[in-house]
Write a protein that binds this ligand. Sequence first.
Ligand code: BV8
Length: 235
Amino acid sequence: MKHERIVILTGAGISAESGISTFRDQGGLWEQYRLEDVATPEGFRRNPDTVQAFYNERRRQLQEGVEPNAGHKALARLEQHYPGQVLLVTQNVDDLHERAGSCNLIHMHGDLLQAWCEVCHQPSDWHEPIEADSVCPACGTTGRLRPNVVWFGEMPQQMERIQGELAACDLFLAVGTSGQVYPAAGFVELARSAGAHTVELNLEASEMNSAFDEHRHGRAGEVVPPYVEELLGAP
Ligand code: BV8
């Protein structure tokens, strides 16, 4: 087996063919909303109803006919059949990797289908809209729930574990990410300094394009499955 430990980073681009808006493409979320208003703690403090509505709408959409696509399924197939370790780190807050069958998975920017209580700091599964009078299932407090999502200026989740895995990997793949948001955009450099081979699978060259050894440009549903078959077929 050529590679013992594979780390995969995904971004919004892998969910685009499932009908979920990306952030920075034509018609993306940051064309409809100001990032500062809906994806920062300051924005939430200023206008909690606006932020809750932004995430309630995305949570609703996610549960209305959105399905994992061939890109998600190929990454799950790699985890299931590859003889080495495969860790999937996603910036996405949708549940499409889980629904495609990925298990060894980290949601570094949180999970749209969880709420987080500002009083007891516990996450809870949450598939409904979060309202001003929603009650925390863990501590019973009313009106202090927010989406369990990492906003700008907040620390992404499980960073120590991710950094340890990047320092030990020998293959790093980035799928469907523009490479504009840190610390995720810096992962390719950490992988390179660990001596890993690095591959970018994206619709077009990302901000971090020059940091990758190899590039497969195209839609995730078209470029990820054949690349996974190459990895599974390699001696
Ligand atoms: C942190 C929330 C420190 C959930 C997200 C000034 C002030 C404060 C902070 C900063 C600052 N300057 C820099 C920073 C750091 C900041 C940052 O990087 N800002 C950027 C904008 C410059 N980062 C942070 O704040 C992070 N935290 O630094 O904490 C700290 C330290 C100590 C203690 C406390 C704190 C937190 C970042 C997380 C923010 N939350 N999301 C949500 O609402 O979803 S980020 C958001 O962007 C999403 O998570 C998204 O995944 C992520 C990255 O975007 P992409 O996934 O790459 O999506 P994008 O649309 O950009 O690109 C899509 C790509 O797919 C494109 O390349 C496209 O070509 C491609 N594509 C499209 N279709 C397809 C396709 N590819 C394949 N197939 C297709 N069909």
